[in-house]
Design a protein around this ligand. Structure first.
Ligand code: HEC
Length: 267
């Protein structure tokens, strides 16, 4: 018998000669356990009964917007069942900043909303929109919109690069070539001859052939037509270099087996 636990006693039952001790739990363990019960009661009162503490969600909303106030909706279900809940106040529940962004979109002119819808539509949806709003679709397709599109929340219509002439340094062009051969060849061909994307070696351009035109099309893409926006993937240097490569090396090189011209002839 253990001398360490003088109070331990052997239970009376015996199973195949095996007996067990009635080991009492240590005092520190019990204190911790009772402590959790007291903590739980205080926690419940603080956060859920008196509402003196902010729950995680409210805390988060306040962090992103210091002016946030929790809208509460009374849910009535009889004397003992009525309660208030922030989750039922749907739109009021937005932070003022998100609210303002949403208002901007909702109050935008009809045309602008349609362009936005077209830029996000699947090919089938786009076909339907085209049938219903042929004029808007023509504007959308040509990129000439009657009203300038307001930038969506978090994005901007301006591009960071302001250079107006292609870079000509050999090292930068070589870097642009490298980027092209990793990210662009799959649609534009290894020599820029075109494929899914247009031929970049002829004199025809859909979006223009100035440095800013090319930078913009690479930064922002043409999502409706399958040209990816590269602003999230490539750095400013990479975009400037690959744009320069397109304009200095590819443009006018008339690659063999080039895709038929698209867009307008530009000198
Ligand atoms: C997934 C396919 C795809 C990839 C990858 C792609 N493009 Fe494009 N690109 C297109 C399509 C499609 C168009 C035509 C857009 C249109 O019709 O308005 C286009 C258009 C362009 C244009 C405008 C051409 C014109 O005639 O005005 C340039 C410049 C261009 N791409 C450069 C690039 C560069 C540089 C890369 C790599 C960083 C790249 N593209 C990667 C599909 C792609």
């Amino acid at each position: 018998m253990s001398t360490k636990h003088p109070k331990d006693e052997v239970f009376e039952h015996d199973f195949d000669g095996i007996q067990e001790y009635d080991n009492d739990l240590p005092g520190w363990w019990k204190k911790l356990f009772y402590g959790t019960i007291v903590f739980a009661v205080l926690y419940l009162l603080h956060f859920h009964v008196f509402g003196t503490g902010d729950l995680q969600r409210t805390e988060y909303m306040k962090e992103i917007d210091p002016n946030y106030t929790e809208p509460m909706v009374e849910v009535s279900g009889g004397v003992f069942n009525s309660y208030t809940s922030p989750f039922l106040a749907k739109e009021e529940n937005l932070t003022p900043r998100v609210r303002a962004e949403l208002d901007k979109v909702l109050n935008a002119p009809f045309d602008e909303q349609m362009y936005r819808a077209m830029s996000k539509a699947t090919p089938e949806q786009l076909e339907k929109l085209k049938a219903i709003f042929p004029e808007l679709y023509t504007n959308f397709e040509s990129g000439v919109m009657t009203q300038p599109m307001a930038p969506m929340a978090g994005s901007s219509s301006t591009i960071p690069s302001t250079i107006t002439e292609p870079l000509t340094e050999a090292g930068l062009i070589a870097d642009g070539k490298k980027t092209f051969e990793v990210h662009c060849f799959s649609c534009h061909g290894m020599a820029g001859e075109g494929g899914i994307g247009p031929n970049l070696t002829d004199e025809y351009w859909i979006h223009g052939n100035t440095m800013q035109d090319v930078l913009r099309v690479i930064y922002k893409g043409v999502p409706a037509k399958g040209m990816i926006a590269w602003e999230k993937t490539l750095s400013q240097e990479q975009i400037e270099n690959v744009s320069s490569y397109v304009l200095v090396t590819l443009a006018g090189s008339n690659a063999p087996n080039g895709k038929a011209p698209q867009g307008d002839k530009v000198e």
